[in-house]
Design a protein around this ligand. Sequence first.
Ligand code: PMP
Length: 430
Amino acid sequence: MPEPLSPGELLALDRAHVWHPYGPMPGRTDPLVVQSASGVRLRLAEPVHGRSELIDGMSSWWSAIHGYNHPVLNEAARGQLERMSHVMFGGLTHEPAVRLAARLVEITPEPLEHVFLCDSGSVSVEVAVKMCLQHWRSLRRPAKRRLLTWRGGYHGDTWQPMSVCDPDGGMHGLWSGVLPEQIFADAPPAEYDPGYADALRALIARHAEELAAVIVEPVVQGAGGMRFCSPAYLRVLREACDAHDVLLVFDEIATGFGRTGELFAAEHAGVSPDVLCLGKALTGGYLTMAATLCTPRVAEGISRGEVPVLAHGPTFMGNPLASAVACASIDLLLAQDWRQEVKRIEAALRDELAAARDIPGVRDVRVLGAIGVVQLDHEVDMAAATRAAVGEGVWLRPFRDLVYTMPPYVTGDEDVARIAAGVGAAAAAG
Ligand code: PMP
């Protein structure tokens, strides 16, 4: 093992060389140095604003649902590491990937039956789009190549996913005019609005001949604005897609595995998509893995084409280590009363965040499942808001006009209260 770097040495190398997410060129951000993480706590290499430990209010971007350094997931990783950490998936198969695929089919709504295991959420959306476009090409309907989505959504950072992110004020506005041009419906209202539903149906009908698929985040639009909407719109989409021969893709990369109070958010509406994208919490946040599931109808369409294969095959497809940990994470989740835990966090967030309504500049406070959002009437000052949360001993990542939390499901009541205090402090400071 190399000698550990001092925090100063580490930050100097970071500043010299390392890009961070949505970051300026290296040297222009000041990340905190995390030394280790256990349970819901991140341990810092040096105290910052008087804190050497932070409660993670972000679950590392929705993923670490069981917290960090979990003995069961550690054991799954260790056991698999000793058998085989990776092997190519072309022409070979293995137990962890097969078990995972079968488990995913078992726990997701019917008739999803076929599973493509890839390495990040964005890639799982790329694969979903590819499946839909290829399905229609194979059926000799190549004009069906556009996507319809909701404004305010977020589906990832690679090309097709960027094209279905919010086009106005979204994170990928830089690329307008370069990305494939998609069709956008207004963001869905929080409550069911029959007029909006009619407009959505009409838009799908109007574009049916050129639409390959509708893609949305069910019930919660995450990184595009942390908006919640009525699940009833999912039924509207399902009916309209069926009526007009359009495929329906649900991106549950953020909402999957219990976050909204149902195992998958589309279950709030009892609706099943043709293609489903999963990621983030799939491995309990341990390893990079995502999955795209589809129905036999989609797969059979593809297999009728001149090129009857899905031409996608990432090097780390079906990675055994990630697959083994994903299986262990799913088992761990389902072996406990996870629904009760998410409900407990939901109730605690509702109680504890209520006071945030009185903070000047707060426009809305909303909670669903293990997600709490405080929306301001102005752009948050990220540095000031983060500093205020850290001062409360909480790790948050405020952005745009939002201060929000989606804590690990193992966060105890006292820690949820601390997180809410951190959210309140960030909202007041930002
Ligand atoms: N879709 C949704 C709904 C997401 O929240 C994200 C990640 N924020 C992605 C896709 C992209 O996933 P990844 O960052 O793993 O590429």
